[in-house]
Design a protein around this ligand. Structure first.
Ligand code: AMP
Ligand code: ZN
Ligand code: FE
Ligand code: FE
Length: 284
């Protein structure tokens, strides 16, 4: 793990991080990070504030977001960079996703009530504050009420996939997400590939090859979650399928205190050049 001078995967309290977009940029400036992207889950609502603060403090902030994709074995997240955050089709698609989240939350409250637990949507929303309301906030209410010892316990008992309180939510398909990001002038990048939880390197080879064919242009080959950048697996895979590589920490502030801003496998600006060219930050 290294502390890099850029970070292209960061969450603010507009989704599920603990710092505001402006506070993130202030922290970046203190850490001498000069290139940042705020990639909140399914929303671009924090981007403008980040860019404004970045202009003040000399941190280049590029537009970004992270979209959850409907997918089997593991978690499939798609990053989008360099998007026009006012694009109508993009905002419409994100509104669909946020509606799906609100519907899921309502059903989850009913389901937990059905299990005999006393919990209301207002209590969960109060815990969430300005954040997008999600399962971590459900967990905090369950802990507060003594239904679980801690957040992880609440997930293990009720909220994790397959547990009795879990309710799935509608997600975007990869085709829709790629269309929406590229339609808004952005570049789609596969986030933390290890979280796909595919079973073998040949499955990764096939799957990522397919992603390239449907229009994914980059792979977040350097991430806090794994060491596969330094050992070269995703980097050479990216080369083989014709994707550029990016890197980011998936920083969430106090929500995931083990992750540091800029903290991921060492990656140089040179490695990042094909990406920077693609989003117009560097002349080819
Ligand atoms: P949501 O988007 O509301 O479904 O919540 C997703 C968030 O819940 C993730 O970003 C994690 O922080 C947390 N989460 C999901 N699954 C688990 C799990 N099995 N154990 C602990 N936290 C989890
Ligand atoms: Zn998150
Ligand atoms: Fe993610
Ligand atoms: Fe993330």
């Amino acid at each position: 793990m290294s502390l890099n001078d850029f970070d292209l995967h960061v969450h603010s309290n507009v989704s599920d991080g603990s710092l505001s977009p402006a506070e993130l940029v202030e922290l970046a400036a203190r850490r001498r990070i000069t290139l940042l992207s705020i990639t909140d889950h399914d929303t671009v609502a924090g981007v403008a504030e980040g860019i404004g603060k970045g202009a003040e403090l000399g941190v280049e902030v590029i537009t970004g977001l992270e979209i959850s994709i409907d997918f089997g074995p593991g978690t499939f997240h798609l990053l989008g960079y360099g998007i026009d955050t006012a694009d109508d089709a993009l905002l419409e698609a994100l509104e669909f996703v946020q509606r799906a989240r609100r519907d899921r939350n309502r059903i989850m409250v009913e389901q937990l009530n059905g299990l005999g637990l006393d919990i209301s949507l207002d209590e969960v929303k109060a815990v969430a504050g300005p954040d997008q309301t999600g399962r971590p906030h459900f967990a905090r209410v369950l802990v507060k009420k003594g239904y679980a010892a801690d957040t992880q316990g609440a997930f293990d008992k009720y909220l994790a996939k397959g547990k009795p309180g879990y309710v799935d939510k509608k997600r975007m398909t990869i085709g829709d997400a790629v269309r929406v990001i590229r339609g808004a002038g952005g570049v789609p990048v596969l986030a933390h590939p290890v979280q796909l939880k595919l079973k073998s390197s040949s499955e990764y080879e096939k799957f990522i090859g397919h992603l390239r064919e449907v229009g994914v242009l980059g792979i977040e080959a350097a991430s806090n979650i794994d060491n596969h950048y330094e050992d070269g697996f995703f980097r050479s895979l990216a080369d083989r399928v014709g994707c550029f590589v990016t890197g980011g920490s998936d920083f969430h502030g106090e929500v995931k205190p083990e992750i540091e801003l800029g903290g991921f496998d060492r990656m140089t600006r040179e490695d990042l050049e094909p990406f920077l060219e693609r989003i117009g930050l560097k002349e080819s």
